[in-house]
Write a protein of this length. Structure first.
Length: 132
């Protein structure tokens, strides 16, 4: 597996990836998804040769905050360390940034995944999050 910057947006493979994990709210507006990729701070892809296995998409200012917007791995490649490798690469690249944040599904599996990589729930810092 190789991790490298995802520079050439391919709507077919990205739509397939998002749909494979059930994130159809993104694929309902593919133009917005493309613009999201274009305006991201960083997008990394995990590859086996030329085959995309998963991506991580980061937004923010790269100085005071980085927000991990999306991390997706095709279901047939999950639980093989790909998501971990993508996330570790982001953590390495932005080690100097004070806040690296994300939101995720409130399931034991996802919480355990992020906690295993050093993340803490907002409540542990005495803060909460809001979304509109």
């Amino acid at each position: 597996m190789q991790i490298k910057e995802y520079k050439n947006y391919n709507e077919v493979e990205i739509a397939a990836l998002y749909e494979s994990v059930g994130w159809t709210a993104y694929t309902d507006d593919l133009d917005a998804l493309r613009r999201g990729f274009e305006n991201s701070l960083l997008v990394l892809g995990a590859y086996d040769g030329e085959n995309l296995l998963g991506i991580i998409r980061v937004v923010g200012d790269a100085s005071t905050i980085v927000f991990i917007q999306d991390i997706l791995v095709f279901p047939e490649h999950q639980r093989k360390g790909i998501g971990t490798a993508l996330l570790k690469e982001v953590l390495h690249r932005y080690a100097h940034v004070r806040q690296i944040a994300l939101t995720t599904d409130n399931t034991e599996r996802t919480k355990a995944f992020y906690k295993s990589l050093g993340f803490h729930e907002y409540s542990e810092y005495g803060i909460c999050g809001f979304m509109r």
